[in-house]
Design a protein around this ligand. Structure first.
Ligand code: SF4
Ligand code: SF4
Length: 484
């Protein structure tokens, strides 16, 4: 059974999972390898350094540009502050992230999987450490087959120690998003952080160590759900990695070498693939792309780099393995002109959804009020009879003040006119004054008293005003005009 067959389904007579050990990819150089280094540096820098970005929000507010403040129940993104009551922004953000991912897949295939996914980035980093400690592919294969020795144990210990340091840095990087990063980092390194923080560092770091160090391509092939359905986002113009069989076949080793010979003559009656296996050896998931498009191909392009180096050595055109659309592959097979088509119905739909969702998010963020009101009718008791044939109802009246200064507001019951208000621990009358602390939620227990009414239920209208502020909150609440 070959590595590529391992990933076929049982309907083809091969089990879903076959343990075959980690792929030991060969080091390659080329365009895609360079992209991967740069993107690895960018993603890791973002992960570890973004929490250290500062942003001045004035006194009494965190100065971390991006912060998920669980204790303060707030999330900060530069000038934007999201309260728990605004969790729908998170839904919007997730929608935008999902559609962006779909768009990326429709345009550039598995570019997320091959270059940006955390699993790919950390596996790539762990493999490059492994290569430094144990050597390139052949040395690593020999190492894994060598009998146990003290030297082998020492190298394994060194490798795992470096992996553990990277995994711990990954875990620390995670917790720094949830607190003041410079302060937390000092606390963590001087062992003064709370035990729960070390637990999270251990959990995230442990997963990083196991998934990137040992599980590796199994995560992409067997565990990741996105790999299963992203082909639904592809069409014939999406970029994928493909072997151009029309010029590669019939393949076979090149007898006699190329030295001093004209490549055109040498390859006249045969395909350009010299069956050197470099593409297979470079592949981080250990597959042979010449067998056709496969689920296990994460679209990293390393086989393209590997094959291009072979093509250059033989004086042949590059891109026997190409990162191009299946439309262009067929066009080249038929001798037609290939073309890049980015504007297509599905990319237009994704772009339209992105524009709509993005504009809605931006619009609501720009227009959102800095004060919110929430009223809850107290249920037990719903209504109590008081003197003079009147009835009293209770409410929890919550005012969320998102401004960074305290505010004084006036609450009235404007309809019906005979309703009086009584704030527990505060004033009473037809209008009451409420003090709202800065950047906080104030809850007031309020009683409304009105004449009893034979029909039982009626509405009361609360009006909240703030001097010098044009916005007014008006809301109708139910009033039970018959005692329980
Ligand atoms: S087949 Fe090529 S593009 Fe696909 S995972 Fe392997 S090396 Fe990457
Ligand atoms: S690297 Fe290129 S030439 Fe070598 S086996 Fe793969 S496709 Fe053929």
């Amino acid at each position: 059974m070959t590595a590529a067959q391992d990933y076929h389904s049982p309907s083809e007579g091969v089990p879903f999972y076959t343990e075959k050990g980690n792929a030991k990819p060969r080091a390659v150089q080329g365009r895609f390898r360079t992209y991967k280094w740069w993107l690895m540096a960018a993603t890791l820098a973002w992960w570890h350094l973004a929490p250290f970005l500062r942003w001045d929000r004035g006194p009494y507010s965190p100065h971390q540009a991006i912060l998920i403040d669980m204790a303060g129940r707030r999330a900060y993104f530069f000038n934007i502050e999201i309260w728990p009551q605004e969790v729908y922004y998170l839904t919007g953000l997730l929608l935008i992230a999902a559609i962006t991912l779909f768009m990326m897949s429709a345009v550039a295939g598995r570019v997320w999987c091959g270059f940006l996914c955390w699993q790919t980035v950390y596996t790539d980093l762990f493999v490059s450490v492994e290569r430094k400690v144990l050597g390139d592919r052949n040395k690593r294969i020999a190492f894994s087959q060598a009998p146990f020795s003290l030297g082998k144990l020492g190298k394994l210990a060194l490798l795992n120690a470096v992996w553990l340091i990277i995994a711990a840095a990954c875990g620390i990087g995670f917790v720094l998003w949830f607190g003041d990063a410079p302060h937390l980092l000092v606390q963590i390194l001087t062992l003064q952080a709370p035990p729960g923080m070390y637990l999270f560092i251990g959990l995230i770091g442990g997963f990083c160590f196991l998934l990137a160090g040992y599980a590796r391509e199994r995560v992409c092939v067997y565990m990741c759900p996105y790999a299963r359905f992203q082909s639904a986002m592809f069409d014939e113009h999406s970029l994928i990695v493909s072997y151009e069989a029309w010029r590669g076949e019939p393949r076979g080793p090149l007898k006699g070498g190329i030295q001093g010979r004209d490549p055109k003559e040498v390859f006249q009656d045969r395909g350009h693939c010299v069956d050197c296996q470099m593409c297979v050896q470079a592949c981080p998931t250990g597959i042979d792309i010449r067998r056709g498009t496969q689920l296990a191909c994460i679209g990293c392009g390393l086989c393209v780099d590997a094959c291009n180096s072979v093509m250059e050595r033989f004086g042949l055109p590059r891109n026997l393995i190409s990162y191009d659309s299946s439309y262009n592959l067929q066009a080249r097979t038929a001798g037609l002109e290939p073309r890049l088509r980015l504007v297509r119905p599905r990319t237009l739909i994704y772009a339209a959804v992105l524009v709509v969702a993005g504009s809605a998010m931006l619009g609501t963020l720009l227009m959102r009020p800095d004060m919110r009101v929430d009223v809850l009718h107290v249920r037990v008791p719903l209504a109590v009879a008081v003197s003079g044939g009147r009835v009293r109802n209770g409410y929890d009246y919550k005012v969320l003040n998102m401004a960074r200064h305290p505010r004084t507001v006036t609450l009235r019951a404007i309809d019906p006119a005979n309703v009086s208000l009584d704030v527990v621990g505060g004033g009473s009358g037809s209008a009451v004054t409420l003090q709202i602390p800065a950047d906080n939620v104030a809850t007031f227990h309020i009683f409304t008293t009105s004449h009893s009414h034979p029909e039982g239920n009626e509405a009361v209208t609360f009006q909240l005003t703030e001097p010098g502020h044009p916005k007014v909150d008006i809301r109708n609440v139910s009033f039970m005009a018959q005692p329980d």
